[in-house]
Ligand binder design. Structure first.
Ligand code: NAD
Ligand code: UFG
Length: 355
């Protein structure tokens, strides 16, 4: 059974490709490589002894996407492709709306044309806006505080409208909390461009000597130590959540949203201390002003995913920190400048290349 993975060369996509191959799915990846490189997929091939058919293709390029669907018997799509930097989305909102929303519209239109109506979509806990309480369940009111979040919210609504218009569709909206960690091999992981916005890649780059002190945004939140609380989830647990969601959409119709989180909240200081313990590296930090838009506490009620998908996260923050560190220390510059070459050789078919 062929599964199309959009954005499969990225952080969460590459980990999901690995688990899909392990579970014997045949996968096709489309990615425009705007925030990734094929190095991740070559390493997935190496780790699994599997083969990935890769298309360098932009979702906005309908013609090329149609070609992909013409060449394969695609049964379902896992849709990761999108831009995700909150700050950047405030600076260049039209680019975000076009890339994320138009990209999804084109994808769904082509899926409809080929009668592929099974979709797993990467949403985000950001759709809960500023939650009034924790833990957050799927029935909480939805809102957005920035253009990135609004793209996720709008896409969720568009996908619901699609199911209303044609009940043969089956769609899972997966609302991720804070994905961190890396595959235990230390061969694939998160490789952000420029200075990381997120906590864990910032910590690992401090530890590896690429960045100076960590800035901790605020120590006066109403939390146990005053720093922000988040639900960090190991990217491998998250990837496995996609396999469960895929199984569900393949068997059912309709649309449903699921929180993918652990249900446990940890403060920034707890994360720093845990990282220091497992890596034996000191993370110097400064406490600075709160970051605009941040909430004090955000963690999931993951019981719906447990009940309806049979999924729970099993990896704790020690394992997350250990695996993040193994990835970063093995690959101080992420995938950049790496001379690694795959023996199996990824199956490239370049049908669209943007310069
Ligand atoms: P990522 O940037 O590593 O992966 C996204 C991939 O999509 C990249 O490889 C990029 O090149 C590709 N892409 C972007 N626009 C494209 C387009 N128009 N056509 C084809 N390919 C395109 O990000 P990630 O962390 O793996 O996130 C995957 C998805 O999960 C995204 O939709 C993101 O918004 C969502 N998400 C991520 C987080 C997080 O903290 N990482 C949290 C919640 C939701
Ligand atoms: N933090 C710092 N210093 C940093 C970076 C982060 O103190 O350099 C703190 C933040 O203030 C927050 C916590 O660490 O308390 C986590 O921050 P991240 O930036 O790692 O994650 P967020 O919870 O802010 O946001 C992430 C993604 C969003 C997504 C959200 C929910 O960036 O896109 O998780 O899924 F919407």
């Amino acid at each position: 059974m062929e599964i199309l993975v959009t954005g499969g060369a990225g952080f969460i996509g590459s980990h999901t490709c690995l688990e899909l191959i392990k579970a014997n799915y045949k996968i096709i990846v489309v990615d425009n490589l705007s925030n990734s490189s094929t190095e991740s997929l070559q390493r997935v091939e190496e780790l699994t002894n599997g083969q990935i058919t890769f298309y360098e293709c932009d979702l906005l390029d309908r013609k090329s996407l149609v070609e992909v669907f013409e060449h394969h018997e695609i049964k379902a799509v896992i849709h990761f492709a999108g831009l995700k930097a909150v700050g950047e989305s405030v600076s260049i909102p039209l680019h975000y709306y076009h890339n994320n929303i138009t990209g999804t519209l084109v994808l769904c239109d082509v899926m409809q044309q080929f009668e592929v109506k099974k979709l797993v979509f990467s949403s985000s806990a950001t759709v809960y806006g500023i939650p009034e309480q924790v833990p957050i369940n799927e029935r909480f009111p939805l809102s957005a505080t920035n253009p990135y979040g609004r793209t996720k919210l709008m896409i969720e609504e568009i996908l619901r409208d699609l199911v209303t218009s044609d009940p043969e569709w089956s769609i899972a909206l997966l609302r991720y909390f804070n994905p961190i960690g890396a595959h235990e091999s230390g061969m694939i992981g998160e490789s952000p461009n420029g200075i990381p916005n997120n906590l864990m890649p910032y910590i690992t780059q401090v530890a590896v000597g690429r960045l100076g002190n960590l800035n901790i945004y605020g120590s006066d939140y109403p939390t146990s130590d005053g720093t922000g609380v988040r639900d960090y989830i190991h990217v491998v647990d998250l990837a496995l959540g996609h396999l469960k969601a895929l199984e569900k959409v393949l068997l059912t119709t309709g649309v449903d949203a699921y929180n993918l989180g652990t249900g446990k909240g940890h403060t920034v200081l707890e994360m720093v201390e845990t990282f220091e313990k497992v890596s034996k590296k000191r993370i110097p930090y400064n406490i600075v002003e709160r970051r605009p838009g941040d909430v004090a506490m955000c963690y999931a009620d993951p019981s719906k995913a447990k009940k309806e998908l049979g999924w729970i996260a099993t990896r704790g923050i020690e394992e997350m920190c250990k695996d993040s560190w193994r990835w970063q220390s093995n690959n101080p510059n992420g995938y950049k400048n790496h001379t690694y070459s795959s023996e199996s050789g990824i199956q490239f078919r370049l049908i669209s290349r943007k310069h």
